[in-house]
Design a protein around this ligand. Structure first.
Ligand SMILES: O=C(O)CCC(=O)C(=O)O
Length: 284
């Protein structure tokens, strides 16, 4: 039986733009997701972007190559079943988004020791839903602390605008993604969490994470969801009318798909943000 959340939790998410649900993913499920993350990094799922590593490669050697793997659920049935479609996560989403919920993206952050975080941003800049229902579910596969680069949020910022972005000037702290600017960030708070906790956050919420200054990996699976009734004009192929565009490489996780008649597409492929590339980029 999945954990249920209270009306107070739902109100808190509405007011603050984020909600921490402790222990939503069980220790067994975390263990399976960690093992699967390692399997992906070792090239265990055949894919031209993922080199198969020799059996002699240590776990550390396999993991430390990767900062983030986008769309792991497209190659791993476990990332899809246990991660994207997690029953407890789907239940919480059905309360904070609405009964009908779809997922369009997953991201597996490995974030090894010494590697950077993400500068201030809002996820709706990248994934623009029509009804502002974009919601991230940030699943901690390790304890996330200030030292190893936990999430920081600006409570209530989801009630504001989408801010402009610019290149940031702190490559030691943040990776190459642009930063949002034009707001007072003095009220940011760190969201330190335990393994198995899940942080839900709205796509307008300003958030960032800092460099991993510990010797512990900070593994996180982040999946993005939205109201299934809102079409998603994202990654629209050239020639498709923008006004009615709807990204259909989705996974339904709760309720019914109002646009089922449009079918499901197979568009997204995994992409890698590799540590080596980041190091070389910084040294260039
Ligand atoms: O966990 C992180 O380092 C950043 C995650 C993030 O920015 C996101 O999921 O949008």
């Amino acid at each position: 039986m999945s954990k249920t959340i209270s009306e107070t939790d739902v109100r808190s998410h509405e007011d603050n733009g984020f909600l921490l649900v402790p222990g939503l993913v069980s220790p067994d499920q975390v263990q399976a997701l960690r093992a699967d993350a390692l399997h992906i990094c070792r090239g265990g799922y055949p894919h031209d972007k993922l080199e198969t590593m020799p059996a002699s490669t240590t776990d550390d050697e396999a993991l430390r190559n990767f900062h983030c793997i986008h769309f792991p659920h497209k190659i791993s049935p476990l990332m899809k079943q246990t991660g994207v479609c997690h029953e407890g996560i789907a239940h919480v989403l059905s309360k904070i988004i609405g009964p009908d919920v779809k997922c369009m993206q997953s991201m597996l952050f490995i974030k090894p020791p010494g590697f950077q975080g993400q500068a201030w941003h809002q996820d709706e800049i990248y994934i623009p839903t029509r009804d502002q229902s974009l919601t991230g579910a940030w699943i901690a596969l390790d304890d996330a602390t200030i030292e190893n680069g936990c999430l920081y949020v600006m409570p209530g910022s989801h009630k504001g605008i989408l801010y402009d972005q610019r290149p940031h000037e702190n490559p030691d702290e943040f990776d190459m993604a642009a930063e949002s600017f034009g707001f007072d960030d003095s009220v940011e708070i760190p969201v330190e969490v335990k393994t198995g906790d899940v942080v839900f956050f709205n796509g307008y919420l300003l958030h960032r994470s800092r460099k991993n200054r510990s010797d512990i990996y900070r593994r996180v699976l982040v999946n993005h969801y939205m109201n299934a009734w809102s079409r998603l004009p994202w990654q629209t192929p050239e020639g498709e009318p923008a006004a009615s565009a709807d990204y259909r490489d989705i996974v339904m996780v709760s309720g019914v798909d109002p646009y089922a008649w449009r079918g499901i597409e197979d568009r997204a492929d995994i992409s890698l943000r590799q540590c080596k590339a980041l190091v070389e980029q910084q040294e260039a």
